[in-house]
Design a binder for this molecule. Structure first.
Ligand code: MN
Length: 505
């Protein structure tokens, strides 16, 4: 069965607290969603602002393959705004649960139904495709919900959506009301599930199993409160799990990870590390037993291959590590320690792990070279001088002195702020030496107050596209940032040096 994917990243997803996107940003996400292969894109809520209307116009004039939809209340002016935005497909909604009717709309059930019918007739009279949502459907009286759906179908609605507005439904109940809705309307049914109890995807799947054809989803599951059903989980569950029939979507799964990263960086919402499919850890292994299994056959501890969703597996050593995983990592650098040497390296790794430290491949390589008796490896870049000046009415300016491989280098530069100036100055020096660039910079405060500790994470990349991340913690944002960057540069130069050395051997 072909399942329709209705993406609402740009509407419900944008309603995530703290998110707001410019029209250009919305357009660029719409293009990504289109390339990913979603069937429909809910581009926004045209009536809410000029910017929103502009974004919808930009998206409708882009000539994308996906159908473009806009959200409207049952008000004529909302539908007029949608038409103005170039839409020929609207998603109109009105609440039908008693709690919404009484406390929000101050309407009777009959009045709400009348408004719904009016909106559908108005939309149809303008030649629009109309999808109707009974907001808070899952807390609506079941008989009344059937009546609403049956009446809006008679009024000409093209599609019915069942919103689990506060994520309150169980999969069993979703199945029941999906069947009710099919019986009452004979129209294509969609589910719009929220994740307040972590059941959004399970509920959307329950709806599909009960005969619905579509689910409203968002990239990374973003959306109001706990978010919506996530596109990547929904699509991959349909494609990969064992069902008694085959399900297909138009999603090009290899683009999932890239799209997830893109949306995350544009909306500024980090993906939790243990998030299914797209989280950092979802294809990472540290435990010795798991790593050993994965190395002999990935399917032992991975339900699907990471490449299927555009990702790569990664292994890490730490206190849960085993010899096999560690040796596999060393082998990538051509290092083949003897059995005794392996044990010694692993013991050292575990000591670091027990201290709560992460052991990246660079640390692993340094430990290995220590054990293998290669003492020629040390820090290559030393920070020997540093100052910044900043204030009001002056451009922030930084001076940096680095000693690289015994040679002194001086860099100075301006920036939008002191951190930027310092990083620019460093980049000026290292860019000349080995084309090292700072790719990512993240700052987080660890504790409160003006003496708070800050944590800086940076990613640096060299000309060969090797990437290394480094972290530093301190009280001074600027100095901590500089230290993190220098640390990252050291790591990446070390990695490069080791690679070259090993290539020669
Ligand atoms: Mn919603």
């Amino acid at each position: 069965m072909r399942v329709r994917v209705f993406d609402t990243t740009l509407r419900d997803g944008e309603q995530t607290p703290g998110i707001s996107l410019s029209p250009d940003q919305k357009l660029s996400i719409a293009k990504k969603l289109d390339a990913l292969g979603v069937d429909a894109i809910e581009a926004g809520f045209p009536v809410i602002s000029d910017g929103e209307l502009k974004a919808v116009k930009m998206i409708t004039s882009e000539g994308l393959t996906a159908e473009i939809c806009g959200l409207c209340r049952t008000h004529k002016k909302d539908i007029d705004a949608a038409i103005d935005g170039g839409l020929n497909y609207i998603h109109t909604f009105i609440a039908t649960s008693d709690i919404h009717l009484e406390h929000k709309l101050k309407m009777t059930r009959e009045q709400a139904l009348e408004k719904a019918i009016e909106a559908i007739e108005y939309g149809k009279s303008h030649g629009l495709q109309v999808e109707f949502s009974a907001e808070d459907a899952t807390r609506t009286d079941r008989e009344f919900l059937k009546k609403v759906f049956s009446e809006v179908a008679k009024a000409g609605a093209d599609r019915i959506d069942i919103p689990d507005t506060v994520g309150y439904a169980t999969p069993e109940y979703i199945s029941q009301i999906t069947r009710d809705s099919i019986e009452a309307t004979h129209l294509p049914i969609s589910l719009h599930c929220h994740n307040d109890f972590g059941l959004a995807v399970a509920n959307a799947l329950a709806g599909i199993r009960a005969g619905a054809q579509c689910a409203h989803v968002t990239i990374n599951g973003i959306g109001e409160r706990a978010g919506n059903a996530s596109l990547e989980e929904f699509a991959m569950a349909l494609q990969c799990l064992q069902w008694d029939q085959k399900y297909e979507t138009g999603i090009k799964s290899q683009l999932i990870y890239e799209t997830s990263r893109y949306v995350s960086s544009l909306v500024g919402v980090q993906v939790q590390p243990n998030k299914a499919i797209v989280g950092d850890n979802s294809f990472g292994h540290e435990s010795g037993i798991h790593t050993h299994g994965v190395l002999s056959n990935p399917l032992t501890y991975e339900p699907i291959s990471p490449e299927l969703v555009g990702r790569k597996r990664w292994l890490q050593v730490g206190k849960h590590a085993g010899i096999h995983g560690m040796n596999a990592m060393l082998e990538e650098y051509g290092i083949k320690p003897s059995t005794d040497q392996s044990k010694e390296i692993l013991d050292k790794v575990k000591i670091l792990g027990d201290q709560g430290k992460q052991v990246s491949d660079v640390e692993l390589l340094s430990i290995a070279s220590e054990v293998l008796g290669d003492s020629g490896i040390k820090r290559i870049v030393h920070l020997t001088g540093f100052s910044v000046s900043t204030g009001i009415g002056t451009m922030p300016y930084a001076f940096v002195k680095l000693n690289i491989d015994g040679e002194d280098h001086i860099g100075t530069d301006y920036g939008v702020g002191p951190v930027d100036a310092a990083l620019n100055a460093i980049q000026k020096i290292t860019g000349k030496i080995s084309e090292i660039r700072i790719k990512d910079y993240g700052l987080a405060s660890i504790s409160g107050g003006s003496t708070a500790l800050c944590e800086v994470t940076v990613k640096v990349e060299d000309a060969d596209r090797n990437k290394v991340s480094a972290k530093s913690v301190g009280e001074d944002i600027v100095t901590t940032s500089v230290q993190a960057v220098i640390d990252g540069i050291n790591r990446i130069m070390l990695k490069k040096m080791l690679k070259e050395k090993l290539a020669k051997n």
